[in-house]
Design a protein around this ligand. Structure first.
Ligand code: TYD
Length: 208
């Protein structure tokens, strides 16, 4: 059985990742390819429980190393119990955020560094990487409007960090895409969901 393809969507908050993940799955299903949509942190019962700990932290919140370890732990469970088994059945897995979010948020913006994040990923998830990572670019004004509509201005513990933190995240995603053009596709996230989906499909089609 040929392994399914593994696609991740990345980008800042409110860039439209989850909408695009679902639209891509529909496009694949129409072509007879089984596709599973999942998200991080989360995707399995254990990882969803860790998600709650991360986004609504108890007490005074997590320090940077503990936060990175929790994301890596959630990912380890997700990879072992959902992502790898699904890929092995030949299904495609489409993940709303994955390792590159840890590299951008905890590694770059949170200042733990890329080597530490990659080391945790090697231990936790055998270093599994997506076949393609799509970075959705959206200007801050468009994102602010989407987030206000979605969250009503109430952000979680990480989404609520200051603008400077989120600028470092955005710069990190741009740098990752430039450093590894074969693993990443940077896609303009402006316009209608259908417009963006057409751009996403152009990047994904070659993997079919
Ligand atoms: P979520 O609501 O899923 O993201 P979005 O706002 O893009 O829809 O929240 C996940 C939050 O967790 C988001 O702020 C990004 C952050 N995150 C990390 O900091 N590191 C990670 O490894 C992952 C997967 C997410």
């Amino acid at each position: 059985m040929e392994l399914g393809r593994f696609i991740a969507f990345e980008g800042g908050e409110g860039a439209g990742k989850s909408t695009q993940a679902h639209l891509l799955a529909e496009e694949l299903e129409e072509r007879g390819i089984r596709a599973v949509v999942t998200r991080e942190p989360g995707g399995t019962p254990g990882a969803e429980a860790i998600r709650t700990l991360l986004l609504e932290p108890p007490g005074e919140g997590w320090g940077a190393p503990a936060e990175a370890l929790l994301f890596a732990a959630a990912r380890a469970d997700h990879v072992a119990r959902l992502i790898r088994p699904q890929l092995e059945t030949g299904a495609w897995v489409i993940c709303d955020r994955y390792l590159d979010s840890s590299r951008a948020y905890q590694g770059a913006a949170g200042e733990l560094g890329d080597d530490a994040i990659r080391a945790l990923h090697a231990v936790g998830s055998g270093g599994l990487l997506p076949d393609l990572t799509i970075v959705l670019d959206a200007p801050p004004t468009a994102v602010a409007a989407r987030l206000a509509a979605r969250d009503g201005g109430v952000a979680d513990a990480i989404g609520g960090r200051d603008a400077e933190y989120h600028e470092r995240v955005a710069a990190a995603f741009r740098a990752f895409a430039m450093a590894e053009p074969q693993r990443f596709a940077r896609i303009d996230g402006t316009g209608s969901a259908g417009d963006v989906a057409a751009r996403v499909w152009q990047a994904v089609e070659r993997l079919c």
